[in-house]
Write a protein that binds this ligand. Structure first.
Ligand code: SF4
Ligand code: SF4
Length: 228
C-alpha cells in the first residue's frame, strides 16, 4: 500500500518537474535571442530566446568564413582560366578574346594595376553542379572569384542556377572577334609582303664556306691545267 502512494508521489513530482522546464522555455520564448535578433554577432552563443525564425524574411546569419554561392568580380578577372582548370567537376565555362593593342586602354586594368589582355564574353558558373569546394578561389591570382554569403538561391528552373559574369554581349563579342581577325590577317599580309632579310644561319655559313672551297679548288685545278 505504501508503495502505491510512493509511486503516486513520484509521478506527481516528475510531472511538476517536467511542467516547470516546459514553462521556463515557454516564458523564455516570449523574448527574442539577442537584442538585435539574427543580426546579433552572439546569436549562436545565446541559449534562451525564441528559436523559430520568420523565414524567408529572417534567416540565420552565415558565418564570415562560410563557403556559399560563388561570385566573380569580373572587373578584376584577367581571363587566365586557372579556375576553370582547377574545378574538378567542370562548373566554370570561360571563353576569351584577345584584346587588340588599340583596345587595351578600353579593357582597362584590375584594381591591383594589372593590364587585362582578354575580353570575357563568357564566364558562367553552374551553381547547380558546384560543391563549393573552393579550389577555384584559391588558384585565382587576382582574388576576384570569391564565395559570397548568399546561401539561399533556390530556383524553379535549373537554368537560372547558371550565373553569367561575362563582360561582353554576344554582338560586342562578335565585333571584337572580327576586329582581331582583321588585324591578324593584315599583320600576316604585311609580314608576307616585307622583303626577306638575309639570314646567315650556321648551315648557310657552312654551305657558303664549302662552296667557296670548291671554287678555290676548281680554280686551282684550272691553273694547274693551264700550266700543263
Ligand atoms: S567551388 Fe569547387 S566545384 Fe564549385 S566551381 Fe569552384 S572548383 Fe568547381
Ligand atoms: S582564376 Fe580568377 S582571374 Fe583567372 S579566369 Fe578565373 S576568376 Fe578570372
Amino acid at each position: 500500500m505504501s508503495e502505491y502512494f510512493r509511486n503516486i508521489k513520484t509521478g506527481a513530482s516528475t510531472i511538476a518537474t517536467g511542467m516547470g522546464i516546459t514553462l521556463q522555455h515557454f516564458f523564455n520564448a516570449v523574448k527574442r535571442k539577442g537584442d538585435a535578433g539574427v543580426g546579433d554577432s552572439n546569436y549562436f552563443g545565446q541559449v534562451d530566446g525564441l528559436v523559430t525564425l520568420q523565414y524567408p524574411r529572417e534567416a540565420i546569419p552565415t558565418p564570415a568564413n562560410g563557403r556559399y554561392r560563388l561570385e566573380n568580380n569580373i572587373d578584376d578577372c584577367i581571363g587566365c582560366a586557372q579556375c576553370e582548370r582547377a574545378c574538378p567537376i567542370g562548373c566554370i565555362t570561360i571563353e576569351t578574346i584577345k584584346v587588340t593593342a588599340d583596345d587595351l586602354g578600353v579593357c582597362g586594368k584590375t584594381s591591383g594595376g594589372q593590364q587585362k589582355k582578354f575580353w570575357l564574353p563568357v564566364f558562367d558558373i553552374d551553381t547547380a553542379k558546384c560543391m563549393t569546394c573552393g579550389l577555384c578561389t584559391v588558384v585565382c591570382p587576382t582574388e576576384c572569384l570569391i564565395h559570397s554569403p548568399v546561401s539561399d538561391f533556390s530556383e524553379f528552373d535549373r537554368q537560372n542556377l547558371v550565373y553569367h559574369f561575362g563582360n561582353l554581349t554576344r554582338l560586342e563579342a562578335e565585333a571584337k572577334k572580327r576586329k582581331l581577325q582583321e588585324q591578324q590577317a593584315q599583320a600576316a599580309k604585311d609580314k608576307a609582303a616585307a622583303p626577306a632579310k638575309p639570314v646567315l644561319s650556321g648551315k648557310s655559313v657552312a654551305e657558303k664556306t664549302a662552296s667557296s672551297e670548291t671554287e678555290d679548288s676548281g680554280k686551282a685545278r684550272g691553273e694547274n691545267t693551264g700550266e700543263q
